[in-house]
Design a protein. Structure first.
Length: 822
RNA sequence: GCGGGGGUGCCGGAGCGGUCAAACGGGACAGACUCAAGAUCUGUUGGCUUAGUGCCUACGCAGGUUCAAAUCCUGUCCCUCGCACCA
């Protein structure tokens, strides 16, 4: 009978939807399990294979958890704001809202066709005012709390996006969305969120998370904690703090470098040097258009000097391209003898070097240095600290500076505050009004949501500026003329708390009811790609902590466990992308083979966390299997099962359970397949029921169909997961099976030899076995015949009437039978 | 440069101290079924050797630890991903 996967899959999808089978239940007595996949960005292209992989990983787990008596929350929504949609809409000459809602409809249709068991009643899209209302609400709360502030700062600007970017959105000096576009530094006044307030906690709690190690490492590196000393250098009678992790080298300072982007650079530039500095800054801009990687360390003398507080030495201050403006104080003390960057710079500009650490194995003082010496040693040229071990000296010198009130111990982080304003249309309007008299005035809460106006002109610059009704408002404080903020929020703001909104998505009074969030949160299993390690996953963690401190939630971390599915590349090993023309659309596969086959294939050809290349061949094995068992169940008789299958079944239950729990779906599928391959034409109802339950997470539609076929009622996916019956697991049965395998393999081997050597065609096989083993072979005679394709006769060695012309029964040992062929 | 992950048979990919010439799938070859094809089922698929044995060579390369290594350690090469002048 033909396996009509299209009809079967549609049938069961409709049943699930009509009966609302996957609805979560706030009042359940069961243990809760909140499973979440990173919500997609609905593009016009529809779902890609990576989405499919992501959702299958989650759906398998969820179906398994439901069957294991968990009250499951499994929602899906759409990260619908954002630049790509805005750009795509402009290109298609349509409105972003229209473009997005079309894309979302398409996504939903595709996700339903995949048979993912979401509770659709929880869904929402972030571009709707019912959602972004609460973005604005939280923005105001943060503003109130001092967690959001506005400042002029050197910010990253992408010319293609026409907007500023957060630090996290700059990869390799390029825009995260435009690999070919260098990010420019602009000095602009922007909104920032004080993520750095939580740097320490974000770092500390990483270790407690059940997340992939590499993600944790990436976050730790991103947060980048380092301990050091802040030292006050005197410049033009003013104290300037600088940060160093090497206070032990302070006597070796021969110059200072201030970042070329430093906001106070001007103060240091003397009139004589002004032209040179300006020239340098100009050149710097043109250089930034080239390859940042190959950029040399360059700089220019500012004309000013700093006084080293420890020895009162006067050292020149340079402006340099290699100093990061917004890390620590944006200026460094340079110790060319012991830091490679400073060394390179000093060499280039012929600045003197002064070694202050004496290595153990050579005389540094008498050597012309070829590179900086960065290793341990003893202090020299360092006044009263001479002779100290340098590690020791770090402490002693810092203590000394503290005592003199010219230094302190501080901790620095690489993590920057989160720049959240964007000069684009398709995002949440920032609820702030600028009044000439009152300054920055937050929009009153009762006026929320500030709706994104539909009527705008797209072109150069922020489209919101084109709607005067939106822009020109009265000041809420004084009633005078005022202008509305036209920047919108970074869409990462939207995705920082969406997991909370699912739990109460229809609430119009508050972002969510605390009671519901208390029950469901934190997310027990989060699933998504690794590309968000240092963006979404940091923002969401930050947001949770901020909400906790504002009293909205009572937990510390949003995502207890995280699973990263591997990257699925095209068959040529390259990224799947439209421009390369190597994209495989999951829908095409589903139409051709069915969603169960796609799921089974994606999950069985490698562990799901491994990066893989797509290969259409992987479908073949799964498709064969699915067809095979479909056919098998058309004929199957319900009756009795033997001990062998019960042994296999129970072992499978045990193993599959463990393997699903550890995401080793590929191995679980092997066991399930082996089990189904072993089912005979007649099996007991119990065996069939349990087997179908094991199959269900991997082939939800087919398992339902076969469930019905064997006369069972209800939905398999809501039945209880089978329990292992240890008493039915019998190692002896495995051994017996192994004995048959071994014998068959021996016979085949010898048949081969005989054929080769004597050119003899074997017709019959006589087997001599120990009396206690004979039964097993007799019982499995058919199997032996099948495997060897021979007539077989079995004799016990003590059988006096046995036919044994070559006396092969002499060879018989326990576990080893004699064979005679003729 | 720093930090992750990885290099396994014709291919994809398990395995992560002994039970490993290495799960499972694909492919190839052979056989059964069939008028025939497909599907299905069975077997074979590193080399030599052998009436079912024994040996050799193998898990990127080179060493080492161990009675024993695909599995542990060291070095090295290659691929891949993330961060990148953070003082």
């Amino acid at each position: 009978m033909v396996y009509d996967f299209v009809g079967i899959e549609k049938k069961w999808q409709e049943i699930a939807e009509k009966k609302d089978l996957f609805k979560s239940d706030l009042n359940s007595k069961k243990k809760k399990f909140y499973c979440l996949e990173m919500f997609p960005y609905p593009s016009g292209e529809g779902l890609h294979m990576g989405h499919a992989l992501n959702y299958f990983v989650g759906d398998i787990l969820v179906r398994f958890k439901r069957m294991n008596n968990f009250n499951v929350m499994y929602p899906m929504g759409y990260d619908a704001f954002g630049l790509p949609a805005e750009n795509a809409a402009i290109k298609a000459k349509t409105h972003p809202r229209e473009y997005t809602s079309k894309a979302i409809k398409n996504f939903i249709k595709q996700q339903k066709m995949m048979g993912i068991s979401y509770d659709w009643s929880k869904s929402f899209a972030t571009c709707n005012p019912e959602y972004y209302h609460w973005n604005q609400y939280f923005f105001l709360r943060f503003l109130e709390k001092g967690l959001i502030y506005r400042k002029k700062a050197p910010v990253n600007w992408c010319n293609k996006c026409d907007t500023v970017l957060a630090n996290e959105q700059v990869h390799d000096g390029k825009c995260w969305r435009h690999e070919d576009t260098n990010v420019e530094i602009k000095h602009l006044e922007q909104w920032f969120i004080k993520t750095t307030d939580y740097a320490e906690e974000l770092l500390e709690m990483v270790d407690k998370l059940n997340w992939p190690e590499r993600i944790k490492i990436m976050q730790k590196n991103w947060i980048g904690r380092s301990e050091g000393t802040e030292i006050l250098f005197e410049i033009n009678n003013e104290k300037w703090p600088i940060f160093t992790t090497r206070p032990d080298t302070i006597y070796g300072v021969t110059f200072m470098v201030i970042s070329a982007q430093h906001s106070r650079l001007d103060e240091l530039v003397t009139d004589e040097q002004k032209k040179k500095v300006e020239k340098f800054l100009k050149e710097l801009k043109s250089v930034s258009g080239k390859d940042l990687e190959k950029m040399d360390k360059e700089g220019v003398f500012t004309g000013s000097y700093a006084i080293n507080p420890i020895n009162k030495e006067k050292v020149p201050i340079y402006a340099g391209n290699f100093v990061v403006a917004d890390y620590a104080s944006g200026m460094v003390m340079a110790v060319p003898a012991h830091d490679q960057r400073d060394f390179d710079f000093a060499l280039k500009y012929e600045i003197k070097m002064k070694p202050v650490i004496q290595p153990v194995d050579f005389e540094i003082d008498n050597l012309r240095l070829e590179k900086a010496y960065k290793f341990p040693g003893t202090l020299i040229n360092s006044g009263e600290f001479n002779g100290l071990d340098n590690e020791d000296a770090k402490e002693k010198i810092t203590d000394f500076l503290i005592k003199k009130k010219i230094g302190k111990r501080i901790v620095q982080y690489k993590l920057r505050d989160w720049l959240v304003s964007r000069q684009r249309y398709w995002g949440t309007p920032i609820p702030v009004i600028y009044c000439d008299d009152c300054g920055i005035v937050p929009v009153s809460e009762k006026d929320l949501p500030i709706k994104l106006p539909e009527d705008v002109k797209f072109g150069k610059g922020n489209p919101l500026l084109s709607n005067e009704k939106f822009v020109n408002v009265k000041c809420p404080k004084c009633g005078g003329k005022a202008k509305r903020e036209t920047d919108t929020m970074d869409t990462f703001f939207d995705s920082s708390w969406y997991y909370l909104r699912y739990l109460d998505n229809e609430n119009s009074k508050e972002p969510f009811a605390k009671k519901k969030v208390d029950y469901w949160m934190p997310v027990d299993q989060y699933i998504g790609g690794a590309e968000h390690a240092c963006m979404h996953l940091i923002y969401a963690r930050f947001f949770t902590k901020a909400l906790r401190d504002l009293g909205y939630v009572n937990f510390n971390e949003p995502f207890t466990s995280l699973f990263n599915q591997g990257m699925l590349h095209a068959s040529d090993g390259r990224k799947m992308s439209k421009s390369l023309g190597n994209v495989i659309n999951p829908l095409d596969i589903i139409e051709k083979y069915g969603s169960d086959t796609l799921r089974l294939s994606l999950m069985s050809f490698a562990t799901p966390d491994k990066d893989t290349n797509w290969d259409e061949k992987v479908l073949i094995g799964s498709f064969k299997f699915v067809n095979k068992i479909h056919d098998k169940f058309q004929e199957i008789k319900i009756g009795k099962s033997d001990k062998k299958i019960e042994n296999k079944l129970n072992k499978a239950i045990k193993e599959v359970t463990n393997q699903i729990e550890s995401f080793k779906y590929n191995l679980a599928i092997i066991k399930v397949r082996d089990l189904f391959d072993s089912l005979k034409e007649e099996e007991s109802k119990e065996v069939l029921i349990k087997s179908l339950k094991l199959l269900h997470p991997f082939c939800p539609h087919l398992s339902c169909e076969l469930w019905e076929k064997i006369g069972e009622k209800g939905y398999v996916g809501l039945m209880e997961w089978p329990k292992v019956e240890e008493s039915k697991i019998d190692e002896n049965l495995d051994k017996q099976e192994q004995a048959i395998e071994d014998l068959a393999s021996d016979i085949n081997h010898v048949v081969g030899l005989v054929k080769e050597k004597n050119d003899k065609i074997v017709k019959k096989c006589f087997v001599y076995v120990l009396p206690n083993e004979k039964n097993n072979f007799i019982e499995n005679l058919d199997l032996l015949k099948k495997k060897t394709n021979l007539e077989i006769e079995i004799f016990s060695v003590n059988d006096k009437n046995k036919y044994d012309p070559d006396n092969k029964s002499k060879k018989v040992k326990p576990g080893k039978s004699g064979i005679y062929l003729e």
